[in-house]
Design a protein around this ligand. Structure first.
Ligand SMILES: *Cc1c(COP(=O)(O)O)cnc(C)c1O
Ligand code: SF4
Length: 344
């Protein structure tokens, strides 16, 4: 028995099963040209001009790992819709604005957002491994955010002074765009702060480029004093291929609590069928569905909006099909509230 068990385990974690490209190399090879995106998926030519036009406001960025999960020739592919610039982005949409959730009011120090009791959010990096067209941060003034470690000092001092803060959320952009040594420097500044217990990371990188889940990242998170929580962002079950499921398992096996958040998006995941499939896949990977977010009303994203009532009905249908723990909370962020608002 023991003779069998050992080799099986080592096969499963052998380096041969990991992607050969480094994650930085994958970032360098990502698609930034809208025409190239359209052509590599063999979309009808009419998409090229619209994509070029719409990408002037918010550029295209799609890792090849993600592109590889899309169906060639399918202009309705749910992964493609998340990243392809289209003419509808020019629509203004009533109630859609540049800062719909009041981030500017919550900025306490450069890069530090404090909206809710006991936790603060640090914009650890302005960059992302993908440009999601529906993103509420597409207009965020990232260039004004901290770049070097010295720039972080005011934020770290504020966290140090406020003993009600128990959890620091690294967000962005995507905090895992920082290299492991840079991330370690930031974590080293937070660990000595005694009232902190948890370190949460909001990231899409393990999904976009699964090789980002490096051994050094795992040890950085699991060997530290702060309890690690990683919140990934997956909207559709087709985003989870074998390398992604392996990256998620590596996080879970390192003792990290892994949660998922999705955004409810028209034409991507606005059905109980799709979201139930996603939840089941997540749970089977030991990733807990956390939030399903109602879209923030950011300028240029109105074509993604699903009415709140439909979101509530989707959640009700999911509740009738799935175990309770597999149903995410349907939540909305409202300016000036003490927490996210749970709608269902
Ligand atoms: C969403 C958010 C959080 C985290 O909220 P949870 O409900 O704990 O997930 C914290 N700070 C800010 C500014 C946020 O937008
Ligand atoms: S912040 Fe998140 S949702 Fe926005 S572009 Fe980056 S990865 Fe996508």
């Amino acid at each position: 028995m023991t003779i069998l068990a050992t080799p099986l385990r080592s096969v499963a974690t052998s380096s041969k099963t990991r992607p050969a490209l480094s994650w930085q190399e994958s970032l360098r090879r990502a698609i930034r040209d809208p025409v190239q995106l359209c052509r590599s998926l063999q979309l009808p030519p009419k998409y090229e001009q619209a994509a070029t036009q719409a990408s002037q406001l918010f550029g295209v960025f799609v890792p090849r790992e993600y592109l590889g999960r899309m169906k060639v020739g399918d202009e309705k592919d749910p992964l493609l819709r998340q990243v392809l610039p289209i003419a509808e982005e020019a629509e203004t949409g009533k109630g859609f604005s540049l800062d719909p959730v009041g981030d500017a009011d919550a900025l306490m120090a450069p890069g530090l957002l404090h909206k809710y009791r006991s936790r603060v959010l640090l914009i650890a990096s302005g960059a992302c491994a993908v440009h999601c067209r529906y993103c509420f941060r597409r207009h965020f003034p990232y260039e004004q955010m901290p770049h070097g470690l010295e720039d972080w000092q005011p934020a770290i001092e504020q966290i140090d002074e406020d003993t009600t803060i128990e959890e620091v959320i690294l967000s962005g952009g995507d905090p895992l765009m920082l290299t492991d040594p840079r991330l370690a420097e930031l974590v080293d500044c937070l660990e000595p702060i005694k009232h902190l217990n948890r370190l949460r990371i909001h990231t899409r990188l393990p999904v976009m480029i699964p090789s980002r889940v490096t051994d050094s990242l795992l040890s950085l998170l699991s060997d530290g004093r702060l309890r690690p929580v990683v919140v990934v962002h997956i909207n559709h079950p087709a985003e989870i291929d074998l390398p992604v499921s392996m990256a998620l398992s590596r996080l879970v096996e390192a003792g990290i609590l892994v949660l998922n958040q999705s955004v409810l998006l028209r034409g991507v995941n606005d059905s109980a069928e799709v979201l139930s499939t996603l939840s089941k896949r997540l749970v089977d990977l030991r990733v807990m569905p956390y939030y399903l977010h109602q879209l923030d009303r950011t300028l240029g994203t109105s074509h993604f909006e699903v009415p709140v009532e439909i979101g509530i009905s989707i959640i009700e249908q999911m509740r009738s099909r799935l175990p309770g723990y597999a149903v995410p909370r349907f939540a909305q962020e409202k300016r000036g509230k003490l927490s996210k608002q749970v709608l269902a």
